[in-house]
Write a protein that binds this ligand. Structure first.
Ligand SMILES: Cc1ncc(COP(=O)(O)O)c(C=O)c1O
Length: 451
């Protein structure tokens, strides 16, 4: 495909100062102001249309600015946007009821907040209160948010420089079959990582055990899909220690994997579940969800999580529209179907590019890991960075997770409304960018060798 697109760097003239009054907050910054978003595309100030294979920040599963979301926001403008935190709007009652109908029993009680960090903060606090203990075990490579308890149990990145985390937080090695963190398995995971992890935890524990928290697919940590039976075993380890099991379904709930919840297809029901990103479809909405027993225990012990925007009507109205849209547009089925198509296209690229070491994932959450050599699996960070940049120039936004010790993995997650032709266009761009950047690196290394 030819490169009609203007280079983002070149076209930023005139907007070079747009960050002048902004604090930089991490991550790769896009070089242009973005003006609009619609469906699977965003458009920047230069008029470039970019295919969004990150669904915004993994939230826009029903596509950007879906008409049903826009209508729900309009409806809230005619009813209520925000209320005193002790008032319960009708939309909140309806959303809690709608969730209770699709949640795996006995999960049926929700508290509506705004961000994933907040929902995990609340979940961990509830687990501490319900158990009367404080130790929390998380998985290596996990990401649960940026606030105290949530950030304390996140091990993917961004822990450095802020002093001690939350006391009593422990990590066990993640079940990464491609890059086993304890160098025990290769291409399969026999769960020795979990056994070793809990042995080490037990050695360090003060006995005040509260919770085990896990993402059903470890997303920011490299799109790691734990092996079959992993979560049954994790639930059993938690139960053995009287710890509550928390599933963080920020990314996995509401269709990304082709199911309402990962808990449903796994057949493992956690004591507490958190949902966020995908419930609001781009509007800040999150929930912590539990069963009657834990809710009652926490209430009796004085549970308080009284934020300014708890139980707000606007996001709840949007949440109802998101659930309705998933159902009406058969997005669970679409996610499975288009996810299968995307996986097949990625496998085809892998057959032609030796640098693609692994393709993994479920539904419309796919990981592509880059290596220098398929045998040694040495990470190929440079090719990853250059190809991501080139994709963006060509009109495709993809998120690459680069962890020095764990490799470079693209997280590919378009909206569930993605069409076959969008996937085809994305794969054509990806193929071109990878081919060009491989050639560029080969040229650089041969001229270095000639010097
Ligand atoms: C699995 C998971 N949990 C929690 C969070 C935190 O959510 P938020 O950024 O909305 O606070 C994220 C964000 O990336 C996430 O991926």
């Amino acid at each position: 495909m030819s490169d009609h697109a203007t280079s983002p760097a070149a076209s930023s003239a005139g907007t070079a100062d747009f960050r002048d009054h902004l604090i930089r907050y991490g991550g790769d910054a896009y070089p242009e102001i973005v003006e609009t978003a619609s469906g699977c595309y965003v458009q920047d100030a230069s008029g470039r249309r970019i295919l969004d294979f990150t669904s915004g920040q993994m939230c826009a599963t029903v596509g950007h600015n879906h008409p049903n979301i826009v209508a729900a926001i309009r409806k809230s403008c005619d009813t209520a946007l925000h209320l005193f935190s002790g008032m319960i709007p009708r939309s909140v009652v309806e959303l809690a009821g709608a969730l209770a109908k699709i949640l795996p029993p006995p999960l049926r009680k929700s508290l509506f907040l705004n961000t994933g960090s907040e929902s995990n903060e609340a979940a961990i606090k509830m687990a501490k209160l319900a158990t009367g203990s404080f130790e929390v075990v998380g998985l290596g490579g996990s990401w649960h948010g940026v606030t105290g308890n949530a950030g304390g149990a996140s091990f993917a990145s961004d822990r450095k420089g802020y002093g001690p985390g939350i006391p009593g937080t422990f990590a066990i090695p993640e079940p990464n079959a491609y890059r086993c963190p304890i160098k025990h398995c290769r291409d399969t995971c026999d769960r020795t990582c979990m056994k070793v992890g809990f042995e080490l935890y037990d050695m360090q524990s003060t006995g005040a055990r509260a919770a085990v928290i896990a993402e059903p697919v470890i997303s920011a940590g490299g799109v790691i899909v734990p092996p079959e039976g992993y979560f049954d075993a994790l639930a059993a380890e938690a139960k053995k220690r009287n710890m509550l099991l928390i599933f963080d379904e920020a990314q996995t709930a509401f269709g990304r994997l082709g199911h309402w919840f990962a808990a449903s297809y796994l057949g493992v029901t956690p004591d507490i579940m958190t949902v966020s990103k995908t419930l609001g479809g781009g509007i800040p909405l999150a929930a912590v969800i539990t069963n009657d027993e834990i809710e009652a225990k926490c209430h009796a012990r004085g549970f308080a999580f009284y934020t300014s925007h708890v139980s707000d009507p606007l996001p709840a109205t949007v949440g109802l529209a998101v659930l309705d849209t998933i159902e009406r547009e058969h997005l669970l089925e679409r996610s499975r179907e288009m996810g299968g198509y995307l996986a097949a296209r990625l496998e085809e690229l892998k057959s032609r590019h030796e640098e693609i070491g692994d393709v993994r994932g479920m539904g419309l959450l796919r990981g592509v890991e880059l290596v220098k050599d398929r045998e040694t699996r040495e990470p190929n960070h440079q090719l990853g960075a250059l190809t991501t940049e080139r994709c963006l120039q060509l009109g495709l936004s993809m998120n690459i997770r680069r962890r020095p010790e764990r490799g470079s993995v693209w997280r590919i997650a378009p909206p569930l409304t993605v069409k076959r032709e969008d996937v085809d266009l994305a794969m054509t761009i990806f193929d071109q960018a990878l081919t060009e950047m491989k050639a560029l690196l080969a040229k650089r290394s041969s001229s270095a060798a000639a010097r």
